[in-house]
Structure formats: structure tokens, C-alpha cells
Write a protein that binds this ligand. Structure first.
Ligand SMILES: [Zn+2]
Length: 300
């Protein structure tokens, strides 16, 4: 579990994607309307880590794209019922500012009224899947209220990115992720919805080795690397991407909600010694398959 007030790391940041990497799609970037961003920054200051990049949603996207990230997957989550439509409209508007360079995920609060219609509308407006966060939304992924979300996504062939690993957890959440989340429960979702594409962020932290085995077993499961390559959290075992199934691993930064340089994990990937082919999967192709576009736009 996280201790509150983790340190900020004052590491140098580059002005471009590190030299020598293939094209980079960032599969895990957060944007929110300004008032929600401010509330999140205040919460992180008090309960987690200092956020280094306090930018507006449009500036978050412009920041990464102007530094050579070719494509951004933008995520939001609804922390309460009744705000998903507003968040989804905000996402659609931000994506339109960067045609072809930003793809947005829809928000829905599990159990809220009209969840099905909210998602159908969001997909009709071009959003490409759903982002859920069990620690903030306090859902049990095996609860009945989840079925409508899984059903719509499966039938519309849209992926779900859901933070259902138990870490990084904070005592300040109103529920305990250790009660709600486990790889065993996630496996049940995969079995019940065999065509549903699911991504679990943070490599499934803290059940990292179990999730590593699950992607061998299920072609519908992806993991993202978000914050796990930064050498920031104290981990039992160092993350060793060699030997992972690279076509199910996607790079994500968690930008802008990070306490270190935006390119910290990219530099580490460049120095990882992974074969170029694996880097191409991790930095772009895995995400292109997960999100359902065969090829993504090329940045400059
Ligand atoms: Zn995140």
C-alpha cells in the first residue's frame, strides 16, 4: 500500500521522444475538465504523490504530441453517478482539437442509470472504449451491475481498460481495493465474456506474476506498463519485461498525474535491451490491436 506523500523525483526531462525508439503511442493519458483536475491535484498532494504536470486537458495532449508522441489514448473516469455524459462530451471535444492524433475513452459510473445509453451515445460520437477505476468507483467487477457495461462493450466490440489491480492503493479511497479486486475475479470476467477485450493497467500491480501468466492464457487480456517501469514504487520483484508476451503489453505514461519526468519510462524502455520487435509491440502495435485500429496516424 502507498504511504501518503510519496516523493517527487526531480529528474531531467527531454524535449522529444528519446532517440532510437520506434513510434510511440501513449495508451494511458488522463484528461479532465479543469475543476475536476484541480480536485485530483489536491487529492494527490494530500494522499499520494505531487503531480509534476498541472496542465489543462488541451495542454496535456498538446504537450505529448509536440514532443513526438504519435498518438494519445485519453482517459477519464466518473467518480460519481450523473457526470458521465458531461465527461464524455468533454472528451469528444478535446479529441476534435487534435484530429487523428487523440482517441478518447468513455466514462461511465458502474450502477448508474442509463449506463447502456450513455455508452452507446459515447461510441456513436467516436469514443473507442471505456475506462473504469475500481479504487475510485468502488465497484466489484463480478457484480451484476457490471454486466450491462461488459455487454455493450462486447457487442459493440469496444475494449475496456479497467484499473482492477489492488495497487497503487491509498487509505484515502472510500473502499479497500484488496476487498474488491483480484486477478481471480478478473479471470471470471474473461471467461464470462470471451470476446471482450480487457486491459489491466500497472501490469496488474500487486499481482504482477499472476497477470503475467494470465496474458499467456487469454488472448483477450492486455496489460499496460503505466508507472511500473519508473522504478518509483517499492516493488517486491523488479519488473523484467523480457519474457513477457510483448503483443499483450502496451506502454502508457499516466501523464500528467506523475511525480517524475514525462519521458522517464520511455528512456528506460530504450535502455531495456528489449529486441526492436518487442519495442514496436509495446510502444504501438499492442495498443493498436487492443483499441481496434489496425494502423494509427503517424506523428511528426
Ligand atoms: Zn491512470
Amino acid at each position: 500500500m502507498l504511504s501518503p506523500n510519496l516523493p517527487s523525483i526531480d529528474d531531467d526531462e527531454g524535449t522529444r521522444v528519446p532517440e532510437g525508439l520506434p513510434r510511440v503511442l501513449d495508451a494511458h493519458v488522463h484528461i479532465f475538465p479543469g475543476n475536476i483536475f484541480s480536485a485530483i491535484w489536491a487529492w494527490f498532494d494530500e494522499n499520494a504523490w505531487p503531480i509534476r504536470y498541472r496542465l489543462s486537458a488541451s495542454d496535456v495532449l498538446a504537450y505529448l504530441l509536440s514532443r513526438g508522441v504519435s498518438h494519445v489514448m485519453a482517459l477519464q473516469y466518473a467518480h460519481k453517478p450523473g457526470i458521465s455524459r458531461m465527461l464524455n462530451q468533454h472528451m469528444v471535444d478535446r479529441c476534435r482539437e487534435f484530429p487523428g492524433r487523440v482517441t478518447g475513452m468513455a466514462a461511465v459510473f458502474p450502477g448508474e442509470e442509463n449506463a447502456k445509453e450513455i455508452l452507446q451515445e459515447a461510441f456513436a460520437h467516436g469514443l473507442m472504449g471505456v475506462k473504469l477505476h475500481a479504487h475510485v468507483q468502488c465497484f466489484d467487477m463480478n457484480a451484476q451491475e457490471m454486466d450491462v457495461i461488459y455487454d455493450v462493450c462486447e457487442s459493440e466490440q469496444k475494449p475496456i481498460l479497467m484499473h482492477v489491480g489492488r495497487e497503487p492503493k491509498s487509505v484515502a479511497y472510500r473502499c479497500d481495493p484488496y476487498d474488491l479486486c483480484s486477478a481471480r475475479k478478473l479471470e471470471k470476467v474473461l471467461r464470462n465474456y470471451p470476446k471482450l477485450r480487457v486491459c489491466v493497467p500497472h501490469l496488474g500491480f500487486d499481482e504482477i506474476s499472476i497477470y503475467r501468466n494470465l496474458i499467456e492464457k487469454y488472448d483477450t487480456l492486455w496489460l499496460d506498463t503505466t508507472m511500473m517501469l519508473a522504478d518509483y514504487f517499492p516493488l517486491k520483484d523488479a519488473i523484467e519485461l523480457k519474457g513477457y508476451r510483448a503483443d499483450r503489453i502496451m506502454y502508457g505514461s499516466d501523464f500528467p498525474n506523475i511525480p517524475y519526468a514525462w519521458d522517464r519510462e520511455l528512456k528506460r524502455l530504450r535502455n531495456s535491451g528489449l529486441p526492436q520487435e518487442d519495442l514496436e509491440w509495446i510502444l504501438e502495435k499492442s495498443a493498436a490491436h487492443f483499441f481496434g485500429f489496425a494502423s494509427v496516424s503517424q506523428g511528426t
